[in-house]
Write a protein that binds this ligand. Structure first.
Ligand code: PMP
Length: 439
C-alpha cells in the first residue's frame, strides 16, 4: 500500500494559502488526495511521498514527449539566455507561425496566445467579426475553455436525447458552467447534440442568417473520446460553408497529438479556423489560432484585437519549435511509437476486461483514449457516454494509483513518446490486479 501522508499534509497546507488548495478546479477531484509531485522524468512521475507512477495524466495532455524532455529543455534554456520576453518582435515568432502554416493544412496564417481558452476566445471573436452575426453553435459534452462566452456545464445523464426538432427554448437554456458567470454571456450560444447530422441541419435552418460559427472538437475527447460518425464532419463542413458560417475545429487536445496536421489533417477536413495548444508546447504555455487568410486579415487590418502581454514570448516559441521539431523527426517516428503503444494498451485492457468478466468500452484514436465501465457495447454519443459507471472508474483510478499508475479520474488516458514496452507491460500487470479486485 502506498502512503500519501506528505501529499495529504501538503494539501492541508496548500489550502491555507492557495484558494481551494489546487491551481485548477478539476485537480481537486483526485482520490484519495490531490497528489503533490516532487519530480518527473520521461513517462514516470514521483510524488512527495516517494511513490513513483507511470503517468497517463501527462499534465492533462501537453506532455507529448514525456516529462523534462532533454532536447526541448536545452533549446528553451538557450533561448532564455538571450532574453525571456521582449514585448518586441523576434524571429522565434516568425519561425513558429511559419511552421504552423506549413504543418496545419487549414492555415494560411497563424497567431500565438498563451492557453487554449484564449485561442478559442479569439477564434469566436474572428468568426463574429467576419460574419457580422452573433450566434455560436457548440455541442453537449465538448469543452472549449473556461471563458464566460463558451463555458457551460456538462448536462447530466438524463439530458434529453438528440432531437432534430429541438425547440428554440431548450436551445437557449444553456446552463452557466459556474456561479459568477453572466447568463447573458451564453445568450448567443446554441447547444446541440454532437454526432447528430439531423440536429445540426435543423438548427442551421432554423437560425438561417444568424449563426457566426460552429465550434466543435473533431473527436469528442472531453467526453468519451468519441469519433465522428462517417460523414459527420464532412456534413458539418459543407453545411457551414454553404451558409457562410465559420467552422472552428477546436484542436487543443487533438492538435499535434493525432499527427502534425492534427485531426483535420488526419481526416482531410479543412475548417476555417483551428485552435491548437497543449501538445504544441510540450508543457509550456503556448497556443495558437490558424486559418484562412480572409479571417486572419481582420487582425492584420486592425478590425479584430488580439492581445496578450506574454504572447509569443521566447520561452513559448522555443518550446513549441523544439517540441514540433522532435515530433517531425524521422518522418514522425514519435507518432508511430505512440500509436503502437496506445494500441498495445487498449488491446491489453480489453483482454483484461474479458478475463475478469467486466463490461467496459475503450474509445480512442492515436495516443489518446477513454476507458469506461458501462453496460453499453458502443458509446458513440454524449447520451450513451453518460450511462457509464463513473464511480466504479474513480475507484479503479484510485487503485491504479496505489499500483503505481497515474490515470485521470474521468477515464481519459494520454500516451507519450516516452512510454515504452516496460511501462506498458507494468501498466497492464497493474490493471490485471486492480480489475481482478473490482468485480
Ligand atoms: N479546448 C479544448 C478542446 C480543451 O480540451 C481545453 C482544455 N482541456 C481547452 C480548449 C482549454 O485549454 P486551456 O486549459 O489551455 O485553457
Amino acid at each position: 500500500m502506498s502512503t500519501y501522508e506528505l501529499s495529504r499534509a501538503s494539501y492541508d497546507l496548500s489550502k491555507r494559502y492557495l484558494a481551494g488548495g489546487v491551481a485548477s478546479s478539476l485537480r481537486a477531484a483526485m482520490k484519495p488526495v490531490p497528489l503533490f509531485a516532487e519530480s518527473a522524468q520521461g513517462a514516470i512521475v514521483r510524488d512527495v511521498d516517494g511513490n513513483e507512477y507511470v503517468d497517463y495524466l501527462l499534465a492533462y495532455g501537453p506532455l507529448i514527449l514525456g516529462h523534462a524532455y532533454g532536447p526541448v529543455n536545452e533549446k528553451v534554456y538557450a533561448a532564455m539566455q538571450c532574453g525571456i520576453t521582449f514585448g518586441l518582435q523576434h524571429k522565434g515568432e516568425i519561425e513558429l507561425a511559419k511552421l504552423l502554416t506549413e504543418v496545419l493544412p487549414c492555415a494560411d496564417k497563424a497567431v500565438l496566445s498563451g492557453s487554449g481558452t484564449e485561442a478559442v476566445m479569439l477564434a469566436l471573436r474572428l468568426a463574429r467579426a467576419y460574419t457580422g452575426r452573433s450566434k455560436i453553435i457548440r455541442f453537449h459534452g465538448h469543452y472549449h475553455g473556461w471563458s464566460d462566452s463558451i463555458y457551460t456545464s456538462f448536462p447530466s445523464a438524463d439530458m434529453p436525447s438528440a432531437s432534430a426538432s429541438a425547440s428554440a427554448e431548450r436551445e437557449h437554456a444553456v446552463p452557466p458552467g459556474t456561479a459568477g458567470q453572466s447568463e447573458l454571456s451564453l445568450r448567443d450560444v446554441i447547444l446541440l447534440p454532437w454526432n447528430d447530422a439531423a440536429a445540426l441541419e435543423a438548427a442551421l435552418d432554423e437560425h438561417e442568417g444568424e449563426i457566426a460559427a460552429v465550434i466543435s472538437e473533431p473527436v469528442m475527447c472531453n467526453s468519451g473520446c468519441i469519433l465522428p460518425r462517417p460523414g459527420y464532419l464532412e456534413l458539418m463542413r459543407e453545411a457551414t460553408a454553404s451558409r457562410g458560417i465559420v467552422l472552428i475545429l477546436d484542436e487543443v487536445i487533438t492538435g499535434f497529438r493525432l499527427g502534425l496536421g492534427g485531426a483535420h489533417g488526419r481526416f482531410g477536413i479543412k475548417p476555417d479556423l483551428v485552435t491548437v495548444g497543449k501538445a504544441m508546447g510540450g508543457g509550456f504555455a503556448v497556443s495558437g489560432v490558424a486559418g484562412r487568410a480572409e479571417l486572419m486579415a481582420l487582425i492584420e487590418n486592425g478590425t479584430v484585437s488580439h492581445l496578450g502581454t506574454l504572447n509569443g514570448n521566447c520561452v513559448a516559441t522555443a518550446a513549441a519549435l523544439a517540441t514540433i521539431g522532435e515530433l517531425a523527426k524521422d518522418d514522425g517516428a514519435a507518432y508511430v511509437k505512440m500509436e503502437k503503444n496506445a494500441s498495445k494498451l487498449t488491446v491489453g485492457l480489453r483482454e483484461l476486461l474479458g478475463k475478469h468478466g467486466i463490461r467496459g468500452v475503450i474509445n480512442g484514436i492515436g495516443p489518446v483514449f477513454h476507458f469506461m465501465f458501462t453496460e453499453q457495447s458502443v458509446v458513440e454519443d454524449f447520451a450513451s457516454f453518460n450511462l457509464r459507471d463513473s464511480a466504479k472508474y474513480a475507484l479503479f483510478a484510485e487503485r491504479m494509483l496505489d499500483a503505481g499508475v497515474l490515470v485521470r479520474t474521468n477515464g481519459l488516458w494520454y500516451v507519450s513518446a516516452a512510454h515504452g514496452d516496460a511501462e506498458i507491460e507494468a501498466t497492464l500487470r497493474a490493471a490485471d490486479r486492480v480489475l481482478g479486485g473490482l468485480q
